[in-house]
Design a protein around this ligand. Sequence first.
Ligand code: SF4
Length: 376
Amino acid sequence: MDSKNPGLYLHIPFCLTKCSYCSFYSQTDVSLIPDFIEALGKEMEMAGAGFSSPFDTVYIGGGTPSVLSPRQIEKILAGIEKSFRLSRGTEFTLEANPGDLDLSLLRSLKNLGINRLNLGIQSFDPQTLAFLGRRHTVEEAIKSADAAREAGFDHIGLDLIYGVPVQPLGLWRDTLSQAVAFYPEHLSCYQLTLEDDTPLAEGCRRGGFSPPGEDELLQFFLTTSEMLENSGFIHYEVSNFSRGPKYASRHNQKYWDHTPYLGLGPSAHSFSGSARWWNTRSLNDYLKTLQSGNLPIEGKEILTREQLRMESWFLALRTRKGVHIEEFNAQYGEDFLSYNSGILKTMQEQGHLVLEDGHLRPTRTGLALADSLARI
Ligand code: SF4
């Protein structure tokens, strides 16, 4: 049974340099870190009161949380303990940049209670790292993964990116092989997307490079899935692989099945019931609003039953678990299979969906088509 306890996300809005493809909110002026930590403490106190059930996941992301010192991370964790009830065995994830890590920092993070480490490796090829504007080297990536194991982390995730114009399929296969050789518990393989207002999108518009076409990307996707499943990983969501069910991200699962989550820090999003709300993106506005005693919420929407129903499909069909037919029918008062009978039958005949154990599940090719499946 999946947990319906809420999850807590903290957005750390600092990076030492900006990667060329990134549209996440962060800024490079780290002199504001102490003010941010004070403000985050206030936000935790104010927002924590709205959630009565204990949280069972905490995800510290960003930005680059590993630009913080152990003392600063300890202060944030103390704020969490003070403002929220946590379940026993809470999953504590921290995202880290390989260039920031050494054995001593990793040991401190482990001692502070971080029990899941997500390393932004992205590639084991120097040219790909340079194209993406990453500030770490291949050597640092290798060292950080080794050091994380030596520090005692037994739940390590590596993030990788494919579909980079300078990266032929053979090079991507090498990166996957190197990643598997570390024996990580989790791998996330994201397709590079050209987000508006990023230097990479601008470079493409100016004709600096051509992104891979759809057929090529499909090849990357299918190769990734096949290689990793042959290496013992479960392909449990479009971009995510785990070495067995217990290593699937408990926190991310909440985003896919409408479990409540609270997001704090600039640009963070939250969801509960049928409400979704989000914080201001600007760190300065975030600090000012909290200093004046208010929550930095910029917008809120209430999803209609129809929107929730559509999202519920869209998100479930991005996971191998798929749609639980009986639960869906009970929740939305609608016979899911007969309502969509024509298209579902076609998709099954084409091998993109299978009906098993009361679920409609995407196959490997179904996961590759997850975005179009969501439009049926
Ligand atoms: S380190 Fe992560 S958050 Fe920071 S700019 Fe690069 S991709 Fe974006």
